[in-house]
Write a protein that binds this ligand. Structure first.
Ligand SMILES: Cc1cc2nc3c(=O)[nH]c(=O)nc-3n(C[C@H](O)[C@H](O)[C@H](O)COP(=O)(O)OP(=O)(O)OC[C@H]3O[C@@H](n4cnc5c(N)ncnc54)[C@H](O)[C@@H]3O)c2cc1C
Length: 293
């Protein structure tokens, strides 16, 4: 796949900050900071249409199904819960959208779907297609294991979407900070920045081979950092930018939980950025799953 094709696709974009649960259904119309309404959250029954390795550790899974035709974009960092089958199941046990999380909690833990959170990198409802870009970090996690073996026709379900980040118009300094798991959302955000946006993008991936084309407005300085998953190369890099006292900043930060907390602490306590101008979310936790099993 060419570099351009690797970077291609994108527009779209999930409910909670710092740890993330997309629970509950039917929250259409819930207010979003900035005054807009959220897209409706619902359950999508989908199957794998195609699989492509974007980089050695990032696999794009294209999902399709008639339900996707009604997908409504919620914003650039829109997350979904991916519902995976348990070993021996052909598809995850069905869950209606209404009250799905309470129903899931009441199900037999041995047979209920595995839940993990991902970002919708791009949605093409007119073609009934959604792209998820999943980090392959080995076989210890069910989602990573599933991604490594995904084949066309494999059946899963999604609940969502829900986005947190509302790109601000009242800012003169954008800061986007993410590790490998945050890269799909970072890319979806840079896709939607206004052409005159100014600021910094910092992305940590394991190796130079894991970099992707990341088209961004010319005023956005993109910097790739190389460090193993869970090692924090991001906080020192953010500190080194020397952004103390920025007047109208807007930050989006996601990745390993402790790193996200450190970056947020630096921006809010150290650099004195207003807390409401820093959107942050722990996407995974070194040493243990974030999602309930
Ligand atoms: C809102 C949101 C959006 C997200 N979007 C994306 C996305 O678009 N793409 C994506 O790849 N991830 C994304 N994530 C992160 C993803 O949900 C976690 O990485 C999740 O833990 C993966 O599930 P798993 O079953 O593979 O591993 P788990 O069963 O959750 O964890 C098993 C082990 O693997 C470790 N682990 C988990 N993730 C990683 C990792 N990336 N690198 C190294 N070790 C890891 C854990 O510490 C644990 O020890 C998102 C998370 C949230 C909350």
């Amino acid at each position: 796949m060419s570099a351009a094709a690797r970077g291609a696709g994108a527009q779209v974009a999930g409910a909670q900050v710092a740890g993330a649960q997309v629970a509950g259904a039917g929250v259409a119309g819930a207010p979003v900071p900035g005054g807009r309404a959220h897209a409706p959250m619902t359950m999508f029954r989908v199957a794998v249409a195609a699989v492509a390795d974007l980089t050695p550790h990032l696999r794009r899974v294209v999902l399709t199904g008639p339900d996707v035709r009604s997908f409504v974009d919620d914003g650039p960092d829109q997350r979904v819960k991916l519902l995976l089958p348990r070993p021996g199941q052909r598809r995850p046990l069905a869950l209606p959208a209404d009250g799905w999380y309470a129903r899931w909690q009441a199900m037999d833990p041995a047979t209920r779907p595995v839940l993990r959170s991902f970002t919708v990198r791009a949605a093409r409802p007119e073609r009934a297609e959604l792209d998820l870009d999943l980090v392959r970090h080995g076989d210890t996690g069910p989602a990573s294991r599933w991604a490594s073996r995904a084949r066309p026709g494999d059946e899963v379900a999604l609940f969502g979407p829900r986005a947190e980040y509302v790109p601000r118009t009242d800012t003169d300094l954008h800061l986007l900070v993410g590790d490998h798991t945050g890269l799909p959302a970072v890319a979806a955000i840079t896709d939607r920045l206004p052409p005159d946006a100014r600021g910094h993008v910092l992305v940590q991936v394991p190796d130079p081979d894991d970099e992707l084309p990341l088209p961004a407005p010319p005023g956005m300085a993109v910097r790739w950092l190389h460090a193993a998953a869970g090692r924090d190369a991001l906080t020192p890099a953010v500190r080194a930018l020397g952004l103390t006292g920025a007047r109208r900043p807007a930050a989006w930060v996601a990745g390993e939980r402790a790193t996200v907390a450190a970056v947020r602490r630096h921006l809010v306590d150290g650099a004195r950025w207003p807390a409401e101008r820093v959107t942050s979310c722990g996407y995974w936790r070194a040493g243990a799953p974030v999602d309930p099993s």
